[in-house]
Design a binder for this molecule. Sequence first.
Ligand code: ADP
Ligand code: ZN
Length: 222
Amino acid sequence: MTDGCRLVMLGRQGAGKGTQCVRVARHFDVPHISTGDMLRAAVRAGSEVGLRAKGFMDRGELLPDEVIIEVVDEQLTGSESTRGGFVLDGFPRTVAQAEALDKIVAPLGGLDVVIDLDVPVSVVLERLASRRVCEKCGANYSVAEPPTNPWVCDACGGDVVQRDDDTPVAIRRRLDLYEQETAPLVAWYAERDLLETVDGLGDADDVSERIIAVIDARRSKR
Ligand code: ADP
Ligand code: ZN
């Protein structure tokens, strides 16, 4: 049985959240909702939210809570596609966002599980420096694992580039903000008995298996 799953993925920048969320969403056949991907698409489209977000993103700062909460609320409640579940990637990142999410998902049945994908800072620093992403679909690559044709996305043919915010200064700022604003959510969700910590080190396939095993164990208890 692989139907449904309402999941939040936590983990510092470079932990492999994006890659794993795509796989988990496919496995459970639910949408992958990545606030970073949504905002980058909004920037490319030149929408109002995009124009507002660009400066925050390039500096590695968080958008104001009320702006991002509205974006996510619209995505989760404005469409039928999330009825069967979702994988949330990049949200919540502050306690205020977690509180808002609680209210947003209450009518959908609440969250099933929150996964903290754990990778040490020393490792993520290396990964972020070599990270490359598809501009169009958000697929992840690295200098060590480029697409088949450099630098054209295997999945969609888009350009694979270094993100504007993968500069040393913006990376440091995002990691600092993660410790200050987002890491407290680990305890916050543990108190609500929703937290599972998964080791994010090693082969991506092994990490996916660990994550899916943890989710299945949770679901069988429900
Ligand atoms: P990373 O996890 O590497 O920081 P993301 O792709 O998840 O990158 O997000 C990129 C940027 O988008 C963030 O640095 C921030 O400016 C903005 N952003 C994404 N999600 C949120 C959020 N939940 N709250 C505030 N800002 C956000
Ligand atoms: Zn692509």
